[in-house]
Design a protein around this ligand. Sequence first.
Ligand SMILES: [Zn+2]
Length: 279
Amino acid sequence: MQRIIVIYLIFPIVLGAEWNYLLNGMDWPDLCATGDQQSPIALDTQDSRILITPRIYFGDYDVPLKGPIFIKNNGHSIQMDIPETINGMQPFIRGGRMEGSYLAKGVHFHWGSPNSKGSEHTIDNRRYDAEMHIVHRNAKYKDIVEAVEKEDGLAVIGVLLQIVEDPTDIPTGLTKVINAVVNIPIDESNTTIPAGFTLDEMIGDINHNDFMTYDGSLTTPNCHEAVIWTVFTQILPVSYEMVSKLWELRDHWDKKMMNNYRAIQETNYRPVYHRMGNA
Ligand SMILES: [Zn+2]
């Protein structure tokens, strides 16, 4: 009997895929524990260097995606694959601190609970209700598997979401994606939605030219230090109704998928830059 209990306790640690958010990642092993360029971090607009740099160019973010769009509950978040646009091009970003182009590959989210906020990054010690990540892969690498091994492999755009009363302009694409999560309530379930919206319609009208940027990591195991982070300083207002749909999802253990954000990591004297401006 005792042996069975011991095996049961060790098993989840051995199986890398079965990590969880019970301790917000404080118990994740390997690079997640030993890395010195980890994410997320506490972003501080007063304590960062001012970055004189070109704005980020959002290529084909204004062209409708070609459907159907695949969305999955992967047991720790919801993941939307980014298909080509109707012109047959993969949306991309370049500029900022990036060299070359980075292709938009996927969107996922981190969130809290009815009683707690769940963005990963904080700005000026403030945590927001949720955070959207748009993951891009350096076009010079052939796939994500190769890119995560390179320090310039990935570029992630972070958009902080805040619940407000009567938000006026919730982006239409974002609304379509979140409305679809009622169809993927449990781990490994998936759905498709018709396309006809653009990546711009996931982000809305928030200022794309004012952002914080630094070198960091994936915020899920194996926490590869391969990410050029860009987090918009302007917050996207959303509705309680929208975010509450995420709280209804079930995770890998059929528990409520809540507080799926990683704890703040040490900055370790990394430069953090703030690009200010409207143009
Ligand atoms: Zn993420």
